[in-house]
Structure formats: structure tokens, C-alpha cells
Design a protein around this ligand. Sequence first.
Ligand SMILES: Nc1ncnc2c1ncn2[C@@H]1O[C@H](COP(=O)(O)OP(=O)(O)OP(=O)(O)O)[C@@H](O)[C@H]1O
Length: 558
Amino acid sequence: MKRKGAPVPCLEREEEVGQNKEAKRLTEEFVAKSEIGDITGAAAQEEAKVAKRGEFGGSILTDRAFSDLPLSQPTLKALDEMGFKTMTEIQARTIPLLLEGRDVIGAAQTGSGKTLAFLVPAIEMMHFAQCLPRNGTKIIVISPTRELAMQTHAVAKSLLKHHTQTLGLAVGGVPIGKEAQQLVKGVNLLVATPGRLLDHLKKTKNFIYKNLECLIIDEADRMLGLNFKDEMEDIIKRLPMKRHTILFSATQSAEVFEFAKLSFKKKAEENEAAQPKPVYIGVDDQKPKATVSGLKQYCCIMESEEKFLALYTFLKKQRSRKTMVFFSTRQAVKFYSELLGYINMECFHMDGTQKQSARNSNLRGFTQAKSGILLCTDVAARGIDIPSVDWVVQYDAPREPEMYIHRVGRTARGEGGQGKALLFLLTQELAFLSCLKEAKVSVITQKIDITKTLPLQALLEKIVGENYYLSQSAKNAYKTCIEAYNSHQIKSVFNVHTLNLKGVAKSFCFSSPPKVNVNLESRPSISRNRRDRNRSQHGMSFTNPYGNMGANNRQFVR
Ligand SMILES: Nc1ncnc2c1ncn2[C@@H]1O[C@H](COP(=O)(O)OP(=O)(O)OP(=O)(O)O)[C@@H](O)[C@H]1O
């Protein structure tokens, strides 16, 4: 195939720049006519009612001051310099217990100050033990992503400003050698991601962790889920048994309690009578809502072919705001950021497979921006504390309600934080709202009308069709989108067989579904023999019998 067009997002050829300007002019014309991005009708009325009831906003702070606690002078001074005077509820309820040396499982809404809740007592523990570098690592904090680990490390650095204890960071994506040297010199408080921590536990000679006093697991429900379970079990096996364990998360799951049993049991067996039981503090367990009061939540119901038009129009309308958009795959993040860049809507993008330097610079760029767009996968869903995010848009539905809660938790954070969240759902996915309701999340639904913007579709199809790189990227994104949908956790709601492939293809700017091989684990109508035949032909994965899925595949396309 002749490769037409410039590699995206570079625009080098003169005529392409011209084409780009034309695309921009035309797209803006369509946007001006559209209504999405303005909350209207029933949604606006509902919003007014909520405001009237005084349910929106509100303080997360208690009237208890940090200075009421028996904290060391260096810590109090640092807290004061950081601008923290009174405690949030999770801090007020857990810090005193942790200072007494109790093991705690803490749960509190996103953005409610859990980081200080575990760092302050951890630092006090080191201070009062008068730790020196030669004592090795006394505290380990494990975070699920590099970004969250870096953020926690930054908060710990500020808190340790007037202390003498040492701090270190061990995350993937950076040379391991330098970290190892630091560990050998003596890091009293180590913040790490699980994979890199395990590497050091296995391979870094003279890494002193035998004196470990406290293991803190942040985002515990995520860390103990399927992806990290084996690593975490291996880590736990290697660490000294005699230590405190602290688990924190915004959402609690059965896994956390299972893990807690495993982690706390060993110690209990060792000296059962002397060990007080771990304490569970669920700050929001009695609250009717799982999300913070400063968050307004909306849901737009649409068809597949409307999705990208709706997003584009929304982003245009909200261009003076700071918006995060979540997708289910990194290929979708890549394609849509290229496409938006091509039509002059620059955005930051972040996914788990980017080089660490690119991840950092995108996150830094978006964090520092007054307005802007960050397209991302769930690598940015948890813990990340970006100031003043106005909107969280979930372009692809999350894989479970807990992930919804974490994603929307990137806005309306901290004291007085306010923000809005918008969930895109396909008509056949409406039942997900019941799942959200069960998880104590209620959203205001809105049907959107994008008829005025529909002519934009042809222009987008032309742009993608004429650019080899964009169309390859779109194809990858289309293929992986279907595969991700197929592996959705809530199969009764997100059933791949109900997808309208023609509509999905349109959302990736194809006029008809492109030919792709898709790996789907199962399809009820396919005989086992045929499936096995396919499997043996193609190794572990097999070519989906939809094969080159196309619009004429009637069984699959509505
Ligand atoms: N006592 C406090 N007073 C004022 N602001 C605070 C206080 N404690 C924390 N904050 C601010 O609240 C914001 C959210 O805190 P943090 O990142 O610790 O939340 P979190 O509960 O860990 O959220 P998530 O569940 O999303 O990880 C931060 O910007 C932090 O600086």
C-alpha cells in the first residue's frame, strides 16, 4: 500500500498543513451548532435541586488540628509549611491509632487525604526510633503505579524536610543500578512499585530490610487483585514477619480482607495473646454516596457511531477547562490523541506502555496546564493528585464500578474540591447504571443529540482514510477495542455480541468495519471443533472466526 500522509502527529508537508487548517475550520463550524457540553433540561433541573439541598461541596476537614497530636516538632513544622493545619476525617481517625502502633485497614473516598494519614505516623515511627541510614529500610510504602509512587515520594520528601531520616524511590522504567546503590547506602523510608521492589528484594545485595518495622500498601484493593497478587505474596514472604501492616484504599474489596488475613495472621500466630487485632476504619461506610460531595456526575447514552463526535464536540465546548478522558486501551489513547492533534486539538496522553520519560512529561505538562486535555488509560485512574481537574470523561465504560469511582476521583479532590464527571454509555449498556447504584453512585442521565454534528463524520473519515499512519493506528485501536470489550468483567452488560461493529468502526473514523483479526475467547455459536482447529493453527491465540469481520457478517453486526 502506498503510504500517504505524514507520520502523525508531525505535519511537515505544506498541503497537509492546509488540509489541517481546513479540517479545523470545518470541525469548529459543526461544534458551534452542537449542544453537548452544556448540561441542559432534566439534568440541569436535577443539578439545581442538588445545589438547593446543599449536597454539593462541603468540607472534608474536621476541627481536629495536627498540633493536637503528639507529633514531633520537625513533622509539625513541615505540616505547617505545607499548609496543613486541621485533619481530614480519615487522618483524624487513623493517625492516633497508627501512632499507638496498631495495624489498620483504612478506607476513605478519593481525594480525602489518605497519603498523609499513613505517611505522618510512618515518619513519626522512624523519628522516635532515631533511625540512621545504617539501620536500613524501616518503612516500605507500596503503590500500584510509578506515578503514584513518585507522588507519594514527593509528599514524603516535604514531610521529611526537617528530619534526618533518609528517603528513597524504587520504580520500574528507570535504571535499577542507581536505586540499588542508594538502597545499599541506607534508605529508611522506601516508596516502591511491587515489581521493582521484588527485584531489589531478590537481587540487591546488602539491601538491609531485616529491620523493617512497617509495610504500607496504598490502593490495597488494586494491589491485591489478580495482576499483582503473586508479586505481593512473594514480597510478603520475603519481608520480616514481625512488623506493622497498614492497608489503605478508596474502595474496599473482598481481596483486601483476604489479604489482611494472610498478612496479619502470621504475626498473630507468632504471639497471639500479645498482638492487638488490626482495626478497620471505613470512613464512608455509613454514607449514602461512594463519591465526594463536590462531584457532579452525568451520563450520556448514545450509539457507537456517535461516540467520537460527542467527545470531540464536548472537548471543543469545554476547551477552557481541564479534562481527563479515560479509554479502555492504549491503542485508543494513541489513535485519538493523534487524530485530535491532527485536527489541531492538542492533548497530553498517558498509558502504561509509554517510556517513563514520556509518561512523566505528559503528566507534568497536564498538571501544570491551566486548561488542557489528558487522554489516558486506567494507569492514571488511581491516586494521582492533579490540581484543578474540571471534568473526568469516561469514553469507554470502566471494567467495574470500583474503577468508575477511582477514575472520577481525579476531580473534586481535597478541601472544597469541586468537579464534574461524564460517563459515555451505549444504549445496550444502560444496565451498568444499576451496578453503579449498587456501589452507591448515582448519575444524572442525559440523551444527547448530535444530529447537527453528523456531517463531521465524513470529514473525519476522509482525514483518516487519506493518511496511512492514522488509518493504521485507527485499525489497531478498533481491533483492540473489540478485544477489550470481549474481556469486560461484567459480561451480562458489556456483551461483545451486542456491539454494532459498523458503529464502532465509525467511531474510529472508518466508513465500514476494517478487516482485522480479532482474538475472542468464546463465541456461543462456534463449534468446539472449529474453535480447536483455529486454535491449533494459530498457537495460543486463535484467529477469530468472524475472521475479517465486516459489515456483511450478519450474526455479529446489528
Ligand atoms: N489535612 C488536609 N488539609 C488540607 N488539604 C489536605 C489535607 N490532607 C490532604 N489534603 C489534600 O487533599 C488532596 C488529596 O489528598 P490525597 O492525594 O492524599 O488523597 P487520597 O485520599 O489518597 O486520594 P486517592 O484515593 O485518589 O488516592 C491533596 O491535594 C492533599 O494535598
